[in-house]
Design a protein around this ligand. Structure first.
Ligand SMILES: [Zn+2]
Length: 312
């Protein structure tokens, strides 16, 4: 991939100092920096645009919806009780920048680099699972795309800690071997489970690549979750939710393969609990953080049961 173009707004542009034309790098900005925007809007007395979609057409039963809400409450209670819980993204946004050489950032970077090979394998098996679940296993065209997607995931080599990225993790699709990770984010993910969920999210962006190769699968999952929740989860929002879904699946598989003395609920909760925010706002490209948990759990009733029952 020599050149990529920004799309759907979830992008940033970098201009080459040497070349006379602009070189665009598609950047997937995976955690919003909304707080500042909100402060600006508030200080000028402008109402922040209402982005919460209606939930009028949710097809999930009231019982299933109640179980999802119960599981969200459990996840966000664990966020307060678990010493290794992931810091909520709105709280991360409020923190001062952290130098790359600080002990917390270094520990986070070491954790991320150590878990990268595991996360890659877990993403590949989650992708295979999803393509079977959504009926793509017999599509020759899809399987060719999946093969290339897996090769892209396998080629990722490195996590690059970056102070300026603060509480974001990003993939520049013109540098597909590297995941750029803000130092605040690195230090805020205090467990292997939390780290794997974000690594898997970024790896899923890399799998989809600059041409949205997995758009058929992403679209099918987006349609299903929109139908279940009544939330509008298409386009970039759909991709973000699928990345989070792959993150949650990867963490679940990791926990199954590394049993220990900790509670299953506590470990599972870490896969999504950075979304346990106080300030719950979305934007065009992302559901609000709490709606993100809602969407993931709606897609994954097994995970809901496991969170509630504290066992597989
Ligand atoms: Zn993302």
């Amino acid at each position: 991939m020599k050149k990529d173009y920004p799309r759907n707004g979830a992008t940033a542009q970098r201009q080459s100092l040497i070349e006379t034309f602009a070189v665009f790098a598609a950047l997937r900005r995976c955690v919003r920096t909304l707080l500042l925007t909100l402060i600006v809007f508030a200080s000028f007395g402008v109402a922040f645009p209402q982005t919460k979609p209606t939930r009028a057409h949710a097809s999930m039963s009231p019982e299933a919806t109640a179980l999802v809400e119960q599981a969200i409450a459990i996840v966000c209670t664990q966020a307060k009780l678990d010493p290794q819980s992931s810091v909520a993204i709105d709280e991360m946004q409020a923190r001062p920048s952290l130098p790359v050489q600080s002990p917390e950032a270094r520990a986070g970077a070491e954790r991320a680099q150590r878990l990268l090979p595991v996360a890659k394998q877990l993403v590949i098996s989650s992708l295979r699972q999803l393509s079977t679940d959504y009926g793509f296993q017999k599509s020759r065209r899809f399987n060719l795309r999946l093969r290339d997607a897996i090769a892209r995931v396998n080629s990722v080599q490195r996590v690059r800690p970056d102070m300026d990225s603060r509480d974001n993790a990003s993939v520049y699709l013109n540098r597909p071997h590297v995941i750029t990770f803000g130092t605040i984010f690195l230090s805020g993910l205090r467990s292997d489970e939390g780290m794997i969920s974000v690594l898997a999210h970024e790896l899923m962006h890399i799998a989809d690549g600059g041409n949205d190769s997995l758009r058929a699968l992403v679209g099918a999952i987006g349609n299903r979750v929109s139908d279940l929740t009544g939330l509008d989860i298409h386009g970039q929002r759909g991709e973000e939710v699928v990345c989070d879904l792959v993150g949650a699946m990867a963490v679940r598989a990791y926990i199954v393969s590394t049993p220990d003395y900790q509670s299953v609920t506590r470990r599972l909760a870490r896969s999504v609990q950075h979304n346990c925010v106080e300030l719950d706002e979305g934007d065009e490209d992302h559901l609000s953080p709490r709606n993100t948990i809602r969407a993931l759990l709606a897609l994954n009733p097994g995970l809901v049961r496991e969170l509630i029952n504290d066992r597989f």
